[in-house]
Design a protein around this ligand. Structure first.
Ligand code: NOJ
Length: 720
């Protein structure tokens, strides 16, 4: 394990601290009125603990005056140790960005960095010193409500975006007045919960963990991430928070993480519910032995660690190690020099600046996905009507709204008016219910127009923590509305709001039958939602987002993801599929594949060029392609590079993303896009061991994971 730094200042301080004061640094709690994301906890003693110097940090407090009062009380104690204030600033502080899953569909790491920098600017003036973000749990199951916080189903893309989040938040300088510390979460494999049920268990091979789950954390460690959170799920029979293999052998020893590990909310208490600990003492024992430095919300450390030290089950040096990490972080954040850092009484002044809204708009523009379009979009001079519950809906921010105020959200309705558009409107249905009057009003309004824009979707609280769904459809009142409107023979554009991929098979069928003309997936786009949607409809914004989770054909297909392992019995002859890998009642392929998304332009892919087709351990190959925008509007195209190992020492996924590049193309412009391949590009884990997989590979340069356009290369050890 990488050694923990010893700052003389911190060492000097620790020499003066009692055991119970050190244990106090290892406790994080809520304070009156702060959000509690789990069983309610008693916060009546928070102030007493601060005064006794027995509290290290506070979570989820949003009121700067209270934060200031508590901080002043903390530095007024014997050791003068400032508190650390942590918050869930996940996709925006006050200016809200799209949900993280939507942001990942931008495939734009630079823009994600710029966006997180904007978030850090607002948060660092709003009493936040560390944010519990980014959430990098690989998400292959759209039933899981937390996919909305994730970067989707691919580890390579997630790794690249993790870098952006951390650089944006921390800006390479934790002391800066515009930066905040990042806490990457949750370690590990939380997104693989059985059945997509939040908090359920995970059973996973080491190879799977190392190949598909760990890279974002490794990247975060390289970027000097300030904190890491252990997860709620059990991993191979042991809850992550007590899992020495995960937290000590892998995270501390193998990945070399030597900063603060914080537990998730009351997860040390939950060791009893997991049935691996009989009481508080044993829970505290398991969590400290797994090397969690801070216990969040529950009080097992506070109540039992001293006793565990006294009876010799935990050594004082283990407490020192954890306490040192916490104090080091406070030191690195500059809190000892300025305990009121990030605490401003005029904080609203830093919110919703024009520049911040402009970044949120740019991000929203690159996060809206065009799934289908028969040419109706962008809108021309038609008579349009807007129908459905989301035209005037302000709650299109998604879960984890930071300090958002829904009044800030620009709705579609407001954007239409601000942009002086001519349109008619009817509600048609609320999110969960409708009436004959609402339906007939919507029909009447639609009849008078030639294009109907129908806004439908999940209510924003249907995704997020603890919001798993077994059915991925729309509320029935909205389905009824769609049926009524699509029967009118008008051109219908469906705009879907959701925190996860929904099952859209019925609507795709309607598209193929000509009953629906276009489908736009709007996720929850945040503060600038309406502006982006209207600009996209009218062609001011050319959509460029591409899916980062496969959209299932039906719930029964889940989990469905592009980088699955090959089968010994793939379908090779479509006319003879008996005894092949298949479903007898639905396709194997998802409805929309990973990496898929349309724009208003057509981009032609040329032939792939290689500078050589043999790779050795000490060489590299450059692979390139020319792409041409054959349309008359500028566009951004994501070129995706996948590899396919044709044979090797271990069976590998049918495709693996190994590079991507988002390129701006003027009308008629051609650009050459190049990628480098070396032995690291092709290496793979066999168990926890990285191996060079010599053999033959296909390299694909394509517009989505289902496209065929490849060249072959050979990789061997021979350097001659
Ligand atoms: C529980 C969630 O799992 C975690 O992501 C969050 O940061 C904490 N609660 C604190 O709110």
């Amino acid at each position: 394990m990488a050694k923990v730094i010893k700052y003389e200042f911190v060492e000097e301080l620790m020499r003066k601290m009692t055991l119970s004061e050190k244990i106090g640094q290892m406790y994080q709690t809520n304070y009156e009125g702060s959000a509690q994301t789990g069983p309610a906890i008693d916060t009546s003693k928070t102030m007493d603990l601060i005064k006794e110097g027995k509290l290290g940090s506070i979570l989820s407090l949003y009121d700067n005056d209270t934060i200031k009062r508590l901080q002043l009380a903390a530095v007024n104690t014997k050791n003068k140790i400032p508190l650390l204030f942590c918050n869930d600033i996940i996709h925006g502080c006050r200016t809200m960005l799209p949900i993280n899953l939507a942001m990942s569909t931008s495939w734009n790491p630079k823009l994600v960095e710029e966006s997180s920098k904007m978030v850090a600017y607002e948060a660092s003036h709003s009493g936040v010193q560390v944010t519990f973000s980014p959430m990098v749990n690989l998400s292959r199951d759209p039933r899981w409500g937390r996919v909305m916080e994730s970067n989707g189903e691919d580890v390579y893309l997630s790794k690249e975006l993790t870098k952006s989040y951390i650089k944006g938040y921390q800006q390479g300088n934790l002391k800066s007045e515009n930066s905040i510390g990042a806490c990457i979460k949750h370690f590990a494999a939380y997104g693989a919960a059985i059945g997509g049920r939040d908090y359920d268990g995970v059973d996973m091979s080491e190879g799977e963990l190392f190949n598909n789950y760990l890279d974002p954390y490794k990247e975060a460690i390289k970027c000097d991430v300030a904190m890491m959170m252990s997860s709620f799920n059990s991993y191979n029979g042991i809850p992550a928070v007590a899992n020495k293999y995960l937290l000590d052998d892998v995270l501390r020893k193998k990945l070399g993480f030597n900063k603060v590990v914080i537990t998730d909310y009351a997860s040390v208490n939950e060791l009893r519910k997991h049935k691996v600990a009989k009481d508080e003492k044993e829970s505290a024992y398991l969590a400290i032995k797994a090397k969690n430095d801070i216990e969040m919300a529950s009080t097992n450390y506070l109540d039992s660690l001293e006793e565990l030290v006294k009876c010799g089950m935990v050594s004082e040096s283990e407490i020192d190690e954890a306490c040192r990490r916490v104090l080091n972080l406070k030191y690195e954040l500059g809190l000892f020099e300025n305990p009121l850092k990030n605490i401003y009484s005029d904080f609203p002044k830093y919110w919703l600046k024009d520049e911040s809204r402009a970044i949120a708009k740019k991000m929203a523009d690159e996060s809206i996905v065009l799934l289908e379009n028969d040419g109706v979009l962008p809108l021309k001079k038609e008579k349009v009507s807007f129908i459905g519950p989301f035209v005037k809906e302000k709650k299109v921010v998604g879960a984890w709204g930071g300090k958002c105020d829904y009044n800030d959200t620009v709705t579609i309705y407001e954007a239409l008016n601000n942009k002086n558009k001519k349109y008619s409107y009817a509600l048609g249905s609320n999110i969960f219910d409708t009436s004959e009057e609402l339906i007939s009003e919507a029909i009447n309004v639609s009849k008078k127009s030639s294009v109907v824009i129908l806004t439908v979707g999940e209510e924003q609280w249907m995704s997020g923590e603890s919001h798993s769904r077994a059915l991925l459809d729309l509320p029935s009142s909205q389905e009824r509305l769609i049926d009524e409107i699509t029967n009118l023979g008008k051109k219908v554009i469906l705009i879907i709001f959701a925190g996860r991929p929904l099952v859209l098979t019925k609507y795709k069928k309607m598209y193929l039958e000509g009953k629906i003309s276009a489908i736009l997936y709007a996720w929850y786009l945040g503060t600038e939602s309406g502006n982006t949607i209207v600009d996209t409809l009218y062609g001011v914004n050319n959509p460029s987002a591409k899916l980062t989770m496969s959209f299932p054909y039906d719930v029964g297909q889940i989990p469905v993801y592009y980088n699955h392992l090959p089968s010994g019995r793939p379908i090779e002859d479509k006319n003879n599929t008996d005894y092949c890998l298949r479903y007898i009642d639905m396709p194997l392929e998802p409805l929309y594949p990973f990496g898929y998304g349309l724009s208003y332009s057509e981009v032609k892919y040329g032939k792939i060029e290689l500078d050589k087709d043999k790779l050795f351990d000490n060489s590299k190959i450059t692979v390139s392609i020319s792409i041409t925008n054959t349309s008359s509007v500028k566009t951004k195209e994501v070129v995706e590079m996948y590899i396919e190992a044709m044979y090797g020492v271990v069976s590998r996924p049918v495709r693996e993303l190994k590079g991507f590049n988002k390129v701006l193309l003027k009308p008629g412009e051609t650009k050459k896009v190049s990628f480098t391949i070396n032995k690291d590009t092709l290496s793979y884990y066999k168990g926890s061991k990285k191996v060079n997989c010599y053999g033959k590979y296909r390299v694909y340069l394509v517009s989505d994971s289902s496209k065929e356009n490849f060249v072959e290369i050979d990789y061997s050890k021979n350097t001659k």
